[in-house]
Design a protein around this ligand. Sequence first.
Ligand code: 5CU
Length: 355
Amino acid sequence: SQSSATEVVDIHTHMYPPPYITLLRSRTTVPYIRDIPDLGPRLIILPDEVATGRPIGPAYWDVGEKLKFMDTHDINTSVVSLANPWLDFISDPEEGTRLAREVNDWFEKTCAESGGRLYFFGVLPMRAGVDAICEEVKRLKALKYSRGVVMGTTGMGDGPDDKKFEEVWAAIEETEAMVFLHPHYGLPNDVFGPRSGEYGHVLPLALGFPLETTIAVTRMILSGVFGRFPELKMLLAHSGGTLPFLAGRIQSCIEHDGSFRKGEGKSLNVWDILKKNIYLDAVVYSAIGLKAATEAVTSDRVMFGTDHPFFPPLGEETKWVSVQTNYNAIEEGFKDEDSIKVLGKNAVEVLSLKH
Ligand code: 5CU
């Protein structure tokens, strides 16, 4: 495993702060938390898991549990973010704005009390309108422990290539915030076929999530967002979904599309965008995937993550297999210098964390 002298930073690690848990407990439609007899508290955030949901406990909201997890897995510093589905389901602008502030202020206070071990990506009130979103982007810039924003792939509802969203991209670029782009919605269930219910969450999580991210960022590329906002910095969950593997095909399709090439696609180059605007986490669970991610964006732009508290062990193990698998992929895939960068050095530099 990694040397204990190596600084390890986890940039993909989630929490549901207490105000958000209170909200989930008060709801009866997805997303919500409810107590199921014999099963205990269950988290229901995906429409196809209403029957039993998944277990939820203090690992989701208790900072002591987060720090314990970090100690168990040799993680020095974490950049925490609200987990999906963020505030996407809050359609009332006032409630969304209030909750974004409450959640972000909770993260700020919690990070301040952590002795330098925690930073955070803030959440935005995505259904509260452009002005409210931009205001929270600017407010976050002034918070000492904020290092950017976490968001899903739907933007204000019509996705990240929505023309109305451009004001938000402008505010984000201006504040130099890193955007942690994370999936939640997957693909329509019928692409997984009539037997998908027999396969648990494997298809939506292993394939739906990564494809959702790939589609979202490809829409941003095709719409020219990175040309209009050249300093945007996007950190893509799960090593960019399938983007490193499909970048060549996306570029080739652009170059062979006569009508698109005449307009928006004139000078688009996916490989240049990957190396200028895109950062990837190392949450891909194999050296092969990690090498593709690193080849696509360079080893200066890939950063370790755990996805805690998701993917806990099924048994009683204190060390999580999901975390160890990502550590092993880094050890197997990289020479010493690159592994030091991916484990923590890149995050310290890119996100200006303390040394
Ligand atoms: O793989 C993941 O990142 C996740 C996540 O964040 N949320 C979730 O519900 N399942 C898996």
